[in-house]
Design a protein around this ligand. Structure first.
Ligand code: SAH
Ligand code: SF4
Length: 398
């Protein structure tokens, strides 16, 4: 069952500064001590109260007793796999023994200048993340350090059952709670190489973030809080298979500031329902209306993820349908040749078909990238994050 804590008493690691202020008072301190505790945990990644040297000893003692108890065990890294391109996949163990994966994807230095836009390759999940060049809020190191995009999970497994996705093979095991979601960022940031910095976070790992809305929203507030990890909202992207009411809720709760990526994968209901069962509940017309209503800030675009599957959604005619469907919506399109998975007979199209699909979109004026598969040798591409021990059952009827 979900280990979700009530909104009124979140796990210590999921507390926001005002909640820590109340907790500090409860522990016999002053409200500003709560802000200090939040900073220690989220800005510095320090969860051991005895190391929080600017706190009075009495509060450190109380924290050790019952305040931050359990923070250390929210998640631990059980295993790290490093691909030849420096992408790292971390196997993260949660407190109850469940495991999820998170991926660190360094930007390839010089990639941008080598590749013409809009016809070009983009880096995996990085392609849904904000560009570095247009942010001046990253400090002096921004231009010299390597920006890393971290892809994080929001559920153990997934209930959505998309035809080509390893995360949904065994169904939903449980929701992650907000502390677990944000902990992935804390352990990921602690494992950055010298010269790297956390540039973007994408909620594109295991699970459907908007199916676990409350925990996801709290995690977004934690990740973007200026006293903590402090990522700008536009450097955080939520990817969704298209839960229309929750897209509207996200838009309302964050004023449209959080980046949005939509797993579209088809431009007609028949094809989309075969690939993504959620389309039967929220068909394309409803989804597109929801996207047109999303309070997108000026000059920002919605990322459209389109996984190309041989013989299913990869013809130039389907590209033309996509062009018609997207008309009038500010978007960039990421084409992802499907990563083969053990539980499915579906395969990626030949490169010539991928290029023809891209050409049709580019000719119609869309910014359209083919996503480079990063971390292939450690199966770290998004959508390849399987539950360990999940039994693959071969799905043929799509
Ligand atoms: N549940 C959310 C986020 C996680 S999936 C969503 O569906 O958007 C992240 C992305 O990986 C989605 O666009 C998904 O469709 C894609 N994906 C899943 N399996 C894949 C595979 N085998 N090959 C390529 N892309 C895949
Ligand atoms: Fe779930 Fe996303 Fe995978 Fe679909 S693609 S099964 S929504 S994780």
């Amino acid at each position: 069952m979900p280990r979700e804590k009530s909104e009124n008493s979140p796990d210590p690691i999921a507390r926001l500064p005002d909640e820590w202020a109340a907790e500090a008072v409860r522990l016999g301190g002053r409200p500003f001590h709560g802000t200090q505790i939040f900073r220690w945990i989220h800005a510095r990644g320090e969860i051991n109260p005895s190391h929080m040297t600017d706190l009075p000893a009495a509060i450190r003692g109380r924290l050790a007793q019952d305040g931050v108890g359990g923070v250390g065990s929210v998640c631990t890294v059980a295993h790290e796999l490093r691909a030849t391109d420096s992408t790292r996949k971390l196997l993260v163990l949660l407190g109850d023994g469940a495991s999820v994966e998170t991926v660190l994807i360094p930007r390839i230095v010089g990639a941008k200048s080598e590749l013409p836009s809009p016809v070009g390759l983009a880096n995996d999940a990085d392609a849904a993340a904000a560009d570095d060049d247009d942010d001046d809020a990253l400090g002096d190191n921004a231009s010299t350090s390597i920006s890393v995009t971290q892809c994080i999970s929001t559920q153990v497994g997934c209930a959505m059952g998309c035809a080509f996705c390893a995360s949904g093979v065994a169904g939903l095991k449980r929701h992650m709670h907000a502390g677990e979601i944000v902990s992935q960022v804390l352990v990921g940031r602690a494992r950055l190489d010298p010269g790297e910095r956390l540039g973007n976070v994408v909620l594109m790992g295991m699970g459907e973030p908007l199916h676990n809305y409350d925990a996801t929203a709290r995690a977004l507030r934690l990740i973007t809080h200026p006293l903590g990890i402090g990522l700008s909202t536009r450097r955080v992207t939520v990817s969704t298979s298209g839960l229309v009411p929750e897209i509207a809720r996200l838009g309302r709760d964050f004023g449209g500031q959080i980046g949005l990526a939509i797993s579209l994968h088809a431009a007609d209901d028949e094809t989309r329902s075969r690939l993504l069962p959620i389309n039967k509940k929220y068909p394309l017309a409803e989804l597109m209306k929801g996207l047109h209503d999303y309070p997108l800030p000026r000059r920002r675009r919605i990322t459209m993820e389109y996984t190309l599957v041989a013989g299913k959604n990869d013809t130039v005619d389907q590209a033309k349908k996509l062009i018609r469907l997207l008309r009038g919506l500010p978007v960039k399109v990421n084409l992802i040749p499907m990563n083969p998975i053990a539980s499915s007979t579906l395969t990626p199209p030949d490169l010539s078909r991928v290029l023809a699909f891209q050409r049709a979109l580019c000719d119609a004026g869309y910014s359209c990238f083919i996503r480079r598969r990063r971390g292939d040798d450690v199966a770290a591409a998004c959508g390849q994050l399987a539950i360990h021990g999940a039994k693959p059952k071969i799905r043929r009827n799509c």
